[in-house]
Design a protein around this ligand. Structure first.
Ligand SMILES: [Fe+2]
Length: 345
């Protein structure tokens, strides 16, 4: 870290890591907001292949971000892993990341799922989609825009507007439709709520199965979690409902595509083990790690064509909007203002 303290030291950065690596144990310090036991397998595989030990510091995404900021120049963080494009963008604005020019990462991660300035890279994807009870989808219900249709008055279950997932969805709609249309949409969905928002995405699916509403909004992986649950009631919920990808259009007239969010990681601005961090990022987008990483949470791999398993495996073919997910952070404040203005609880 000291070598970063002066301009003279900065000039040495390129030369010193090899020396440092020879002298010190090879390691990489991972600050991660992901908490899946299966992720541990990825870290073990990486250590076996490279000899680089993974030191895992887990926490809530915002807590870890604050910790890195508090630690400042002395932060041992090499990589920061978190969920949601909006959060990754806030980390960018806080100056937590450094750019990584890496042709392999660029070739593996689609451009809309990485930072335009190479400050972070997507690792897994989830779509925010529309659910109905099986066989009860109205034939006119196709797009996010339809959630504001008066025919759905009193019919929608969705978690509160304070959820980062809903903020990111509205942030994208501001981009897709313009702020005025996005505000009308939010007002329409607020009018259509079946009940004051309560609980998380799973709870919306439970309420849908129980008949409290006829339409619910949830991320795909929560349905996967219910389908895989040890609890028979949860499995029954998953079995009673079905989702579709919004805004797909038809073959002749393709729609703009579904709203997709990500988990992602970037190399910390003061990473003491920068080369190891990049090597680890490269490992995370390998076919092997991508499958484990996605399966651990019933997400989709960020790298196209990687085979996954589990309940969402049959649903990987869909059109996503292609919007760069950094937009979710850039438009987040405006999205929150809109939700407040229209009285979306
Ligand atoms: Fe989640």
């Amino acid at each position: 870290m000291l070598r970063r303290a002066t301009l003279f030291g900065l000039a040495l950065i390129g030369a010193t890591p090899l020396l440092a690596q020879a002298a010190l144990a090879q390691e990489v310090n991972l600050y991660s907001a992901r908490h899946y036991d299966t992720d541990l397998r990825i870290y073990e595989n990486f250590t076996r292949e490279t000899g680089i030990r993974v030191n895992l510091i887990e926490g809530d995404g915002e807590q870890l971000l604050q910790r890195i900021l508090t630690e400042g120049d002395n932060s041992p963080a090499d990589l920061y892993v978190t969920v949601d494009g909006g959060r990754l963008q806030r980390a960018v604005e806080a100056g937590v990341f450094q750019p990584v020019e890496d042709a392999y990462l660029d070739s593996r991660v689609p451009a809309n799922f990485r930072d335009p300035n190479n400050l972070w890279f997507g690792l897994s994807a989830r779509a925010r989609v529309i659910f109905t009870r099986k066989g009860e989808r109205p034939d006119w219900l196709n797009d996010y825009e339809d959630l504001a249709d008066p025919r759905l008055e009193g019919e929608i279950c969705i978690r509160s507007s304070s959820s980062v997932y809903n903020i990111s969805l509205l942030a994208e709609l501001i981009e897709d439709l313009g702020a005025d249309a996005a505000e009308q949409w939010a007002a329409g969905v607020a009018r259509n709520l079946a009940r004051p928002p309560q609980g998380g995405d799973r709870d919306q699916l439970r309420a849908l199965a129980a008949g409290e509403c006829s339409v619910a909004v949830s991320n795909t992986y929560y349905w996967g979690a219910l389908a895989q649950s040890d609890n028979a009631d949860d499995r029954a919920v998953a079995d009673a409902v079905a989702f579709f990808y919004p805004n797909q259009g038809t073959e002749a007239a393709p729609g703009r595509g579904a709203h997709v969010n990500i988990s992602g990681a970037g190399v910390a601005a003061h990473a003491p083990n920068r080369d190891n961090a990049i090597r680890f990022l490269e490992y995370l987008v390998s076919d092997e790690a991508q499958a484990i990483f996605a399966d651990s949470n019933n997400e989709f791999p960020i790298v196209p064509g990687v085979q996954i398993h589990g309940p969402v495996a049959p649903y990987t073919q869909f059109r996503n909007s292609g919007v760069n997910v950094s937009i979710y952070g850039i438009n987040a404040a405006e999205a929150t203002e809109i939700f407040d203005r229209v009285g979306f609880p």
